[in-house]
Design a protein around this ligand. Structure first.
Ligand SMILES: *Cc1c(COP(=O)(O)O)cnc(C)c1O
Length: 489
């Protein structure tokens, strides 16, 4: 496929603009661009075809089964988009006076109330722009809390080895040291090891429950209790809330601070890196440390307030407002019965798929799962040289997006599938069939699987070369030289 720069030709496509009828005044030499700007000269027709081509070559939840799940690409009801495109919400200015944006403030307040109810928290900030940003915010609050008591010996945050990579990164960003605890053979936190590592230097624990293996830790109350008894606080990574929302609350599991990923659980499309929203909620004793700009309501009128010991702002203004609006729309559409039913269907679908595959695929943690389950292809690879990558690439030829690969890190040759609640039985059965056929092919014709995919716009990628030879920018001058360099790889 041609790049947009390679389409069109000189002089084409500018005819829609009338000729300039005022004197041309150029900036002085210092402010002049030194090289000509490379703008593609294409007609409207060229552009339309270019983007239609791109659209046909991409794959999303609207195309078919997408087992990356709530964590990445849950179905986003179209009514959310209708609400987010209403002018009264979309065209507001962040500096508009409070009196002019009462409706928007009501959105924030209502979303906060519902999400606090769902998580068992007292208050919530919408400032953080993503889950990782929420982790950073929550840890800053934990730090401010300890420092507020002049307790400066607490420098360590405990994180299980099944955690998402953003957890250790956030720990180090706030200046804490991470202590990793191993998971038990059944996937839960090892209580003995936890007891060994907690102490006077424990600032807190970060935990995902259900964890990234899709397992709910049955000892969660003991875990949070051990940390509290040592004087630490507990942080809940809410990325997997899809499995439990409306059924059990992080607050009741003993957590003091939580983040949610509205763009995951509460359905905002975020392919390509944005936009997201990672609100952080906390128990009453931490409210004073929340970031600035909480919304308070009195007699039907809304004002922004700042907590007394606020950690300050972590982002400009009020966060990604339209993502919050989509989340609120989603909640209002589902209602009180709909929220837990999402969780129940997500868990049912994942367990069904796991049950239908476990005679072929090795499930290293075989307990009933929550919203996702993890397969290990280590055995298959030893036997047939077919890896998790090969099966994932094979799925592409069935028109199915592969599940998460090589995560969590504690499972070798991992494929982690999360079918989510909106997939029909027929769609899940189709995916199961594809997985089963690929397993057969690994035994009978592994060579052909190494070459998959063969029915996609692009075939098997050279991932090593893609990682080593990043081309992030179209360099007009270097193009020829770059083409020569390519030969080396
Ligand atoms: C996605 C995810 C995060 C990070 O959230 P972002 O919104 O992508 O920054 C943290 N923890 C877990 C378990 C996740 O799945």
């Amino acid at each position: 496929m041609l790049l947009i720069f390679e389409r069109g030709e000189k002089g084409r496509g500018l005819s829609l603009l009338p000729a300039c009828d005022v004197p041309v005044v150029l900036p002085d030499d210092d402010n002049m661009r030194q090289k000509p700007l490379h703008l593609p000269e294409v007609s409207e027709n060229d552009i339309s075809r270019h983007y239609t081509d791109l659209e046909r070559k991409s794959y999303g939840v609207n195309d078919g089964f997408y087992p990356l799940g709530s964590c990445t690409m849950k179905y986003n009801p179209k009514v959310n988009e209708d609400m987010a495109s209403l002018s009264g919400f979309r065209d507001i200015h962040p500096l508009a006076p409070e009196a002019c944006v009462q409706g928007c403030m009501e959105v924030l307040k209502t979303a906060e109330e519902y999400l606090c109810e769902i998580t068992g928290m007292e208050r919530m900030t919408f400032q953080p722009a993503a889950g990782a940003h929420g982790e950073f915010t929550g840890l800053l609050m934990i730090k401010a809390y300890h420092e507020g008591k002049d307790d400066r010996k607490r420098t360590k945050i405990i994180v299980p080895d099944s955690a998402h990579g953003t957890n250790p990164a956030s720990v180090s960003m706030v200046g804490y040291t991470m202590v990793s605890v191993k998971s038990r053979e059944d996937g839960g936190v090892d209580l003995d090891e936890l007891k060994n590592v907690v102490g006077e230097d424990t600032a807190g624990l970060m935990l995902t429950n259900p964890n990234t293996l899709g397992l709910f830790d049955p000892h969660i109350l003991e875990i949070t209790d051990i940390v509290h008894k040592a004087g630490g606080l507990t942080y809940y990574d809410g990325a997997n809330l899809n499995a439990i929302m409306g059924i059990i609350r992080p607050g009741d599991m003993g957590f003091d601070v939580v983040h949610l990923n509205l763009h995951k659980t509460f359905s905002t499309p975020h392919g390509g890196g944005g936009p997201g929203s990672g609100p952080v909620g906390c128990k009453k004793f931490l409210v004073d440390f929340l970031p600035k700009n909480l919304v308070d309501e009195e007699n039907g009128s809304y004002t922004f307030t700042n907590p007394g010991n606020s950690i300050g702002r972590v982002r400009s203004f009020y966060g990604n407002f339209l993502v919050v609006l989509r989340a609120l729309t989603y909640l209002l559409t589902l209602g009180k019965e709909g929220v837990p039913s999402v969780a129940c269907h997500a868990v049912l679908n994942a367990n069904y798929m796991m049950e239908e595959l476990k005679d072929l695929y090795d499930i290293p943690y075989p307990a009933p799962c929550m919203h996702e389950f993890v397969m290990s292809l280590e055995g298959l690879k030893k036997e047939t040289d077919i890896s998790a990558t090969d099966i994932a690439k094979g799925l592409l030829d069935y028109g199915i997006h592969p599940p998460t690969m090589y995560f969590p890190l504690i499972v070798p040759e991992a494929l982690m599938a999360e079918p989510v609640e909106t997939e029909s039985l027929a769609a899940i059965d189709g995916a199961i069939q594809a997985f089963r056929e690929l397993y057969e092919r690994a035994q009978t014709d592994p060579q052909s699987l190494h070459r998959a995919p063969v029915h996609t716009p692009a075939g098997r990628m050279d991932e090593l070369r893609a990682a080593r030879h990043l081309i992030l920018r179209y360099d007009f001058d270097e193009r020829q030289k770059g083409a020569d360099d390519d030969q080396k790889y």
